[in-house]
Each structure stands twice: as C-alpha cells, then as structure tokens.
Design a binder for this molecule. Structure first.
Ligand code: PGA
Length: 250
C-alpha cells in the first residue's frame, strides 16, 4: 500500500534564514506519525542548513529543480549528484513556473527525470494545462503529451516517481479545481503510465498527487478521491499553522 505524500514547495518565497526558522517550527509542531510522507523543498541555497534542521525528524528534503548532467561546464546549473550528497530525497521537475519563465521543455524534463533517478532522487514531475488549453478542450491531450514525453525511455527498475497534476491557472489563485475534475485527469495520467510501464509498476512505484491552491479546508476532498495520493502545496506551506493541518487532515 502506497502512502500519501504532502510536499511543500517553498518556491523563491523565503530567505534562507526564514526557511531555517520554518523548518525548526515544522519539526517542533509535526506530530510523530507514519501515515503520510512529508517533504519540504526549500531554495537550493538553503538545502544544506534545512537538512541539518530536519535530520532527526521524519521530514524529507526535496529540491525545486536540477540539471540533467552530474558535472561539467554548465554555469549556474544544479547537479543532481550534489542534491543527493545534500541528502535530498526528492526533486521537483518541470514546474509550470519554470516551463513558463525559463522555457523548460518536455525534452529537458525527460533528461532531468533520468538524471534524478540515476542519482537516487525521486522526481516529482509537474504537469498541467493552461486556462486557454482547458477552454479549448485540449486539457487531456496536453496532460497525456507532457506525461508521456517526461517518462519516454525512462527505466524505472525499482525506483519511484511522483506525478503532480497542477492546473497552471489555479496555482496561487486561492481557488482549486473541483476534486472530481482532478480525479478525472488522474485517470488520464494513470492510463499513460500503464501504457508506458505496467499496471504493477503503476500500483507500486508511481504516486499521483494534486497541486494548485491546496489548503487545510480542501485537502481531504482531494485525497479522498480514489487516485489522488497527496498534494504539492505552495502558498499554504509557508505558514506552519496552515501546513501542519494539511498533513494532519483526517
Ligand atoms: P499553490 O502552489 O499551492 O500556491 O497554488 C502550488 C505549486 O505551485 O506547486
């Protein structure tokens, strides 16, 4: 049985000192539990110090991006090998903000997924449609295309991946999509995963999560959907009193 996972995406919202403070508060406030996996993804510059803060807790560390090579002449890039050395367990790949502002393509996402897996990082692959794609009726096609390109020629062996479905137009809006609509999209993603891997791999090595304006009041409706196994949380992860109830929701 796969566990649900709640992942905090702190984006570029905090200074390193604020990230350390928030990690300390989370470690203090989070009750010992083993029902839900929890991960936090601070900026790269804060990873090392946040890792020290959460070392003795059940909280796992994630990065917000990585490059597709381990070493070399790639000025400013973040090596997945170094993320592994910094005790990261997860890395977010292909977030819509990177696709939009940094022209990250499905091809880059695919190379990053392979590099992450090769370095024992669990990729959190973000996919999602824009508002106009949805209005024009292209949502399912867009999602199928993003997922299949992201996992093209990926050898999972025994490793795990997470697919985060994040409708681009609801991120940071305060208004999530209807949970049943997210569930429908998860079924589409599930089919692409099964076509590319197998039903067994889907059942044991792939988790599907939702992201986009998750808060303590709507989390349960999402994770109670049959295919949704957690959430990627932006805004509501920046305040311990908003984030901990999302983890504790029952
Ligand atoms: P949000 O962000 O929860 O603030 O909508 C989610 C995300 O971008 O991962």
């Amino acid at each position: 049985m796969k566990k649900n996972i709640i992942i905090a995406n702190w984006k570029m919202s905090l200074t390193d000192l604020e990230a350390i403070e928030l990690s300390k508060k989370l470690v203090k406030k989070l009750k010992k539990q083993n029902e839900v996996d929890v991960a936090i993804c601070p900026s790269h510059t804060a990873l090392d110090r946040v890792a020290s803060e959460i070392k003795r807790s059940e909280i796992k560390l994630g990065a917000q991006n990585c490059f597709w090579e381990d070493t070399g002449s790639f000025t400013g890039a973040i090596s997945p090998k170094v993320l592994n050395e910094l005790n990261c367990s997860y890395v977010i790949i292909g977030h819509s903000e990177r696709r939009e502002h940094l022209n990250e393509t499905d091809g880059m996402v695919n190379k990053k997924v392979k590099a992450a897996l090769a370095n024992n990082l669990i990729p959190i692959i973000c996919v999602g449609e824009t508002f106009s794609e949805r209005q024009e009726g292209h949502k399912d096609f867009k999602i199928m295309e993003q997922v299949s390109k992201a996992i093209k020629d990926v050898e999972l062996n025994n490793k795990e991946i997470i697919i985060a479905y994040e409708p681009v137009w609801v991120i940071g809006s305060g208004q999530a999509v209807e949970p049943v609509e997210a569930e429908h999209t998860m079924q589409v993603i599930r089919q692409v995963i099964i076509d590319n891997f197998s039903p067994e791999i889907f059942d044991t090595q792939v988790r599907l999560i939702y992201g986009g304006s998750i808060d303590k009041d709507n989390i349960l409706e999402f994770v109670n959907q049959p295919s949704i196994e957690g959430a990627l949380v932006g805004g509501a992860s920046l305040d311990v009193d908003k984030f901990v109830p999302i983890i504790d929701a029952k």
